[in-house]
Design a binder for this molecule. Structure first.
Ligand SMILES: Cc1ncc(COP(=O)(O)O)c(C=O)c1O
Length: 299
């Protein structure tokens, strides 16, 4: 895990901020979904599966990563995409990579994702394959575990005795946030605040999803519930929506720091973080976990 210290004087935020660079995670073109997929591949292999069924949008980072992972292993991959075929075949970014990877794509309305995934599983079994059912976003136990281990990597990458007091990240399905919460507790950072900036969901639904992820890995139900901090003040109208403020912020960050953010995920989270840091006097060392999203810029 690469750690970078940026000069953020232009944002006039106080305190110490470092960046954890999962945007440059080396496999499958990077991002948190790639880090999750490495653990998910282990799970697929442990279960002797040889095909994957998963789901996401036309520009899903998770589906791009799943498609590349399957291509690298020689596994059949079926992507149940919610969105239009026209958009999928004309756009670049993640859609282009999915096309190159030769994954099989099926387009459905959001309401039909579940039945379409079930049908794809049955179809693969009928052909004698052993398919792995992978929830959208890599939202399963292996995905959460990837981030428990990532916090150990983070701790090892920092000077001995360094404690991170606040960790900010973009939160979608919530499994990355859940893994980081559990990971902090497991390395003994009991007071670390893990602050999710929701990029799509209202607070209540987001928290329920993070709780569900925590239950995948904890034998004590809801044992971390009190540790969940999620802001839904930076949705900018919902998933994939943006405005001039966010657009300009992403440009200013690139110009002034060289850090590339996107408007779907990390731009919302970084902007949210700077506003929270200005409003609440957060003490100690802060960290922004950069979860990727570069290809969303190239869509
Ligand atoms: C770039 C990026 N950041 C953050 C997230 C959110 O991750 P999670 O679904 O684990 O909350 C996603 C999920 O799509 C993503 O692609």
């Amino acid at each position: 895990l690469e750690i970078e210290r940026l000069n953020l004087d232009f944002l006039s935020i106080n305190g110490n901020l470092i960046i954890a660079r999962d945007d440059v995670y080396p496999l499958f073109l990077g991002g948190n979904k790639a880090r999750k997929m490495v653990k998910i591949i282990e799970d697929i292999e442990n279960k002797s599966c040889n095909a994957v069924v998963t789901t996401g949008g036309i520009q899903s980072n998770h589906c791009r990563v799943a498609a590349l992972a399957c291509a690298s292993k020689g596994w059949e991959c079926i992507l149940i995409l919610h969105g239009s075929g026209k958009q999928f075949f004309s756009e670049k970014g993640n859609a282009l990579i999915m096309r190159l990877s030769n994954a099989k794509v099926i387009f459905v309305d959001a309401a039909n994702i579940g039945p379409a995934m079930d049908q794809a599983m049955v179809g693969l079994k009928d052909r004698g394959l052993n398919p792995y059912y992978l929830p959208g976003g890599g939202h399963n136990k292996a995905g959460v575990t990837a981030y428990i281990e990532a916090v150990k990597e983070l701790k090892d990458a920092l000077p001995s005795g360094y404690i991170v007091n606040n960790i900010f990240l973009a939160s979608g399905t919530g499994s990355t946030q859940a893994g980081i919460i559990a990971g902090c507790r497991s390395v003994g950072w009991t007071g670390t605040r893990v602050i999710g900036i929701s990029i799509a969901r209202q607070k209540q639904r987001g928290i329920a999803s993070i709780n569900q992820s925590l239950n995948y890995i904890s034998t004590l139900p809801n044992s971390f519930s009190d540790d969940i901090i999620l802001y839904d003040d930076f949705l900018f109208g919902g998933y994939g929506k943006s405005n001039m403020q966010l657009h300009s912020f992403v440009i200013d960050m690139a110009k002034n720091t060289g850090l590339i953010l996107d408007e779907t995920y990390t731009g919302k989270a970084f902007l949210g973080m700077t506003e929270i840091m200005k409003l609440e006097m957060l003490n100690g060392n802060s960290l922004f976990w950069h979860t990727g999203g570069l290809l969303n810029l190239f869509a």
